[in-house]
Design a protein around this ligand. Sequence first.
Ligand SMILES: [Zn+2]
Length: 303
Amino acid sequence: MRTSRTLITLLVALALIAAPVAASTLGGDRARPERRVANVIAGSASLPVAAPGEVSATTPSRAAPAPLSALSPPLFTAPWATLVPPPLVSQRLDPVLARRNAARAALRRALAAARRDDAAVLVDKRRALPARYVPRDLVVPRVTFLAGVPEEGRMLRRRPARALERLFAAARRDKVPLAAVSGFRSYGSQQALFSGYASERGTENASHVSARAGHSEHQTGLAVDVSGANGRCAAESCFAGTRPARWLAAHVARYGFVVRYPRGREQTTGYEYEPWHLRYVGPALAATATRTDRTLDELLRRR
Ligand SMILES: [Zn+2]
């Protein structure tokens, strides 16, 4: 009895194993391979078993299929690594090309830094600020002002204000005491100033020395006029060549300023030489302007 029960159990097991093999051999279950593939993709079944008569190198396993990320190094990374071309010999050996590329990269970094400081703005004779534009972070820097500078003209945006404090401190250490002459100027104040110049010397002549309302850098809160502490030649052409003017030309870039309207660049800037008018652009862009001898117009136009 026990023997016959064991025999029956064996026969049933053999029948269960033989059935799919027979169906597969006869091609009777066309849906089966598809179902197997679908199960493998879904990660719920083992890898497909080779059909009878085929030799498979794959050992059937009940483990879930490996994720694609695990497959990617041998499948993708290695071929790509071998396909990346080495730098061209001309790029590696040509010092002029290498210097030019390095200069471009430095300029890109400097412009990005100026943008982060919100100091990459270009205001000139063609580009104007809206009449109602007033910077939100105006503060009064802790520096010496010439007597009579109104409250509005003492203000600068926060970042240039802090930079100006450091600049004045450095000048004091070098025994070149400075004074601030004019900082922020609203649209209305600029309008009044330009009208004054225009009635004095005519509109055309006034436009060489003063900006029309909306076109002044002073409205940005990033520009400041500086003189020596005695106020001699403040914001006048005779300031050129004085000791404070020379000191400013040599040191302002370190504190993030440029002399915005340099000598001999009237064609580019639209203004006569103003050794007193400093414009904050941040240390990186100021260094680039100094190193490349380019005005802010040349650095910021078409960018
Ligand atoms: Zn100015």
